[in-house]
Ligand binder design. Structure first.
Ligand code: FES
Length: 565
């Protein structure tokens, strides 16, 4: 630890470094630290509890355990707050603020005196935001995730946020349950601390963080309330101390090979479509492009192994008990780059060689020789409707709709959708393709999780469960259906999705990886010439920064100026 600098690192500039150090020590002593403690290396802890973040409500207890690990390993733990993003408490959507949290995390790691940092995150956007910031900050960093919620029960049925939130809401919309029952269900969906209980975005990102090598082996799926989560927190604190002065910085751990490993794991999990955007953003901070073409190549050769909601039938607590991400990595071993470094200093290959807990519950995690699906859960689509690509979670879709041509039923905005989707006079049939425009990253709503367009009430009550739905929006990782997302370029930046009109024919072919608008180019050019002017951009604050700098989904929706030159 000779090369550590602790509180001496990055002095406040008063033009006299000795005075700066004297002043800093003096003020630090006002917090009750002894001289001995102030002489130790410092582990910063990016700490994100918030009254607006239910998923992080156990962070005070986890923080105690991290600090215990840091102290026992000989360093001084110092937590600091950053932006926290509670998924359902943010308007218009948490994605708009992911880059703000990433900037906050990066700058606070860089500006404050710490030798290494523990990143405590969990809820959807917090993990990618912290990893993006840490990659850019370039200081040794190890992640600790919140861990998933436990399931609840309703009339003998297991409930887990948030796939079951949607299932019950769909039943309610279709008239299958009444207002009293949906109100009871509401109080039983999310009953413990932790992140959503299925393989949604938060759990997917936790697993990808482990696949990237950024969190301790075996810790991504431990339930939030399990004692092992506290032991993981203690071990993470100790690991951060071991990383001081090492070359184990995030921009080295996140490299071309580890990003490809993470994509393989994403495909094997049948994980969240949001993870494609977040992984692209994290990799982008290390200067690594993620191509949707490559995603398709990997998807063709990666089996789906994990039987979890929203695609399958189990929950994250079952995944943990079944063997967790270690079991998935062992099955994928022949497909992975085993020379990738992890935060422990071991390579992935060494980690798997030392992984002796070979018991696996095969009802939850399939063997690669007997996969749930022979090909990956996600597929990228291209065509004149999505020149820079779109994403479909085929593992959560209805295979009968994979080769489908239909008539477009267009909603020009989220407001238009909510105003008309349940109108009994809406001209729509189950064979139509529902189109939502102006819900991408350049729209004022900042790419909300609105791609899961509700089935129009008159069709839902007639028993229709799925239709092809396409948009430039995202979809919650906990949702399901034949839903084409992230169409890029998006409508608000002039993409062809904005040129679709009611009654146009659209063709989806998962086999050919195509999404096409069957309207000739001359007509599309004519429509483009008469498009209404885009709304005025915001003129101040973060909203202006967002509007000026946001990149498309193909670049992870990062800000242009945050990417390395
Ligand atoms: Fe936080 Fe789902 S609301 S992970």
């Amino acid at each position: 630890m000779n090369d550590t600098r602790g509180f001496q690192h990055g002095l406040t500039n008063y033009g006299d470094p000795d005075f700066s150090l004297y002043l800093r020590r003096s003020f630090a002593q006002s917090m009750g630290y002894s001289r001995e403690m102030l002489g130790k290396p410092v582990i910063g802890i990016a700490y994100t509890p918030s009254g607006f973040n239910n998923c992080h409500r156990h962070f005070p207890e986890l923080l105690d355990a991290v600090k215990r690990g840091v102290l026992a390993a000989g360093a001084l733990p110092v937590e600091f707050p950053t932006v926290s993003l509670g998924e359902v408490f943010l308007n218009p959507t948490s994605l708009k603020f992911r880059n703000l949290m990433a900037m906050d995390t990066e700058e606070m790691i860089r500006a404050q005196p710490m030798d290494a940092v523990v990143l405590m995150g969990g809820c959807d956007k917090t993990v990618p935001a912290q990893l993006m910031g840490a990659v850019s900050a370039g200081r040794p960093a190890v992640m600790l995730v919140a861990g998933p919620m436990m399931t609840g029960r309703h009339q003998g049925e297991r409930l887990g946020a948030c796939t079951d939130c949607r299932q019950f809401w769909a039943r309610y919309r279709a008239g299958g349950i009444d207002a009293t029952e949906i109100s009871t269900v509401e109080s039983r969906l999310a009953t413990t601390a932790g992140t959503c209980a299925v393989m949604g975005t938060a759990s997917t990102m936790a697993c990808l963080a482990e696949a990237l090598g950024m969190i301790l082996p075996g810790t991504s799926a431990i339930p939030a309330v399990h004692a092992d989560r506290l032991r993981a927190a203690e071990a993470t604190g100790a690991a951060a101390v071991r990383m001081i002065g090492s070359q184990l910085t995030p921009e080295r751990i996140v490299n071309v090979k580890s990003v490809e490993n993470a994509l393989r794991v994403l495909l094997a999990l049948g994980g969240s479509t949001n993870a494609v955007i977040h992984l692209t953003a994290i990799a982008g901070r290390a200067g690594i492009p993620v191509s949707l073409g490559r995603l398709n190549e990997l998807s063709d050769t990666t089996p789906v192994l994990v039987n979890l909601k929203p695609v399958g039938s189990h929950y994250m607590e079952d995944f943990f008990a079944a063997g967790g991400i270690g079991a998935v990595l062992r099955e994928l071993k022949p497909l992975l780059h085993l020379d990738c470094l992890t935060v422990t200093g071991e390579t992935l290959g060494e980690r798997l060689a030392n992984d002796t807990d070979a018991w696996v519950d095969r009802t939850v995690i399939a063997a690669a020789t007997e996969p749930l699906e022979p090909q990956g859960g996600l597929v990228a689509l291209f065509g004149n409707l999505a020149p820079k690509g779109a994403v479909l979670k085929r593992s959560a879709a209805d295979a009968d709709l994979f080769e489908h041509e239909g008539r477009a039923v267009v909603f020009s905005s989220l407001a238009d959708l909510s105003a008309r989707v349940d109108d009994p006079a809406l001209d729509v049939t189950p064979q139509d393709i529902m189109v939502l425009q102006n819900a991408g990253p350049h729209a004022p709503e900042a790419m909300p999780e609105a791609g899961y367009l509700p089935i129009p009430k008159k069709l839902a009550s007639a028993g229709v469960k799925d239709m092809v739905r396409i948009s430039d929006a995202r979809m919650s990782g906990t949702a399901f259906g034949t839903i084409v997302l992230h169409i890029t370029p998006d409508s608000a930046s002039g993409g062809p999705l904005g040129l679709v009109r009611n009654g146009d024919r659209i063709r989806l072919s998962v086999k050919r990886r195509r999404i096409e608008l069957l309207v000739d180019d001359a007509e599309l050019h004519r429509r483009a010439r008469v498009m209404p002017r885009p709304p005025m951009k915001p003129t101040r604050g973060y909203a202006k920064l967002y509007a000026d700098e946001i990149l498309g989904a193909d670049e992870g929706c990062d800000f242009g100026f945050l990417k390395p030159k």
